[in-house]
Design a binder for this molecule. Structure first.
Ligand code: NAI
Length: 329
């Protein structure tokens, strides 16, 4: 197929080139995101390969259909950025990569927890400047703490296992309970109880109407003073204004985020020579107890291999009219 690959960096291209040999597709790589202003680039292609921050709404979907696009191959698991109704209406099939190294994301959540707690990012800078003082570097033992995992699917389950290994009490909320995790000692509780009891909260549920802004003024009000909130799932699970208020009032003790509500205007780009116009991220960055990474939780060699091979297999299956096991319906 003729595939227009959007939101690509040199590392994406490298992995496509590594795995493309087995397949017979022609790729054009665009650095720009797919959105209303760039959808014109898809003329002459029959497949689009998109990523987490490409905005495939109704208008874009109509334009894609008009340009002859038959397939959108998402190289990610989440699809909250795609208008599925519009896809159906316009006869466009959507496939995704449902699972790629859930360990990568779970391990990154742990990296955020451990870094915020033990302040290794600050110690690294200090020691390099000849400052060997321990002032303000004190942390706490993770062992024995209660961690609330919200969403115990593939990533939440891996995270729970790691936390049990650290000696934590893991409490969880999910609309579906996992017997395997219950056998491991994970306790499922109502959502508000998880908010109330957790020393650390780690979010691993998808973004949808039920979960949007689940971390808000009300839920923060239920939490322990000094709670640590970790979000490696989707930015809009957290109401950014409310969490900033929680941090300012010292109710929220730590915030570690790999995703951010308005990330599509910032993440994956080097903006170090630009004036950043997003006042909320600047405010978040000003807190000493906030750690932000720019959607890198998935970014391991294992995950990149899996994302690329599954995407290529999805496109080939569509081309050959084979069963589409990763279709979003
Ligand atoms: P999954 O589909 O295996 O698990 C999601 C879990 O959330 C399921 O068990 C589901 O029952 C549960 N859930 C659904 N609605 C819920 C609700 N209202 N409250 C609580 N739980 C609910 O998905 P997976 O692979 O574990 O991914 C989780 C999320 O992680 C994805 O939705 C995606 O947004 C994010 N993600 C982030 C990445 C990153 O690089 N930061 C990379 C990959 C995924």
């Amino acid at each position: 197929m003729k595939v227009a690959v959007f939101s690509t960096k040199s590392y994406d291209q490298k992995y496509f080139e590594k795995h493309a040999g087995m397949h017979n597709h022609k790729f054009s790589f665009f650095e720009t995101a797919l959105k209303k202003d760039t959808v014109g680039l898809t003329e002459g292609f029959n497949c689009v390969c998109a990523f987490v921050n490409d905005q495939i709404d109704k208008v874009v979907m109509q334009a894609l259909a008009k340009n002859g696009i038959k397939l959108i191959a998402l190289r990610c698991a989440g699809y909250n950025n795609v208008d599925l109704k519009a896809a159906k209406k316009n006869g466009i099939t959507i496939v995704r990569v449902p699972a790629y190294s859930p360990e990568a994301v779970a391990e990154h959540a742990l990296a955020l927890i451990l870094t915020l707690n033990r302040k290794t990012h600050k110690a690294y800078n200090r020691v390099r400047e000849g400052n060997f003082s321990l002032n303000n570097l004190i942390g706490f033992n993770l062992s024995g703490k209660t961690v609330g995992v919200i969403g115990t699917g593939k990533i939440g389950a891996k995270c729970s296992r790691i936390l049990v290994g650290f000696g934590c009490r893991v409490i969880a909320f999910d609309i579906i309970k996992s017997k395997e995790l219950i056998d491991l000692g994970v306790e499922y509780l109502p959502l508000d109880e998880v908010f109330k009891e957790a020393d650390i909260l780690s979010l691993h549920c998808p973004l949808n109407q039920d979960t949007k802004h689940m971390i808000n003024g009300r839920s923060i009000g239920l939490m322990k003073n000094g709670v640590m909130i970790i979000n490696t799932s989707r930015g809009a699970l957290i109401d950014t204004v409310d969490v900033i208020k929680g941090l300012t009032e010292k109710k929220v003790g730590f915030l570690g985020i790999d995703v951010y509500e308005q990330e599509e205007n910032l993440f994956f780009e080097d903006l170090s020579e630009h004036i950043i116009q997003d006042d909320l991220i600047l405010r978040l960055n000003s807190f000493p107890n906030v750690l932000i990474t720019s959607h890198q939780a998935y970014f391991t060699t294992e995950a990149m291999d899996e994302i690329t091979t599954t995407t290529l297999e999805n496109i080939t299956a569509f081309e050959k009219n084979n069963e589409l096991k990763n279709e979003i319906k």
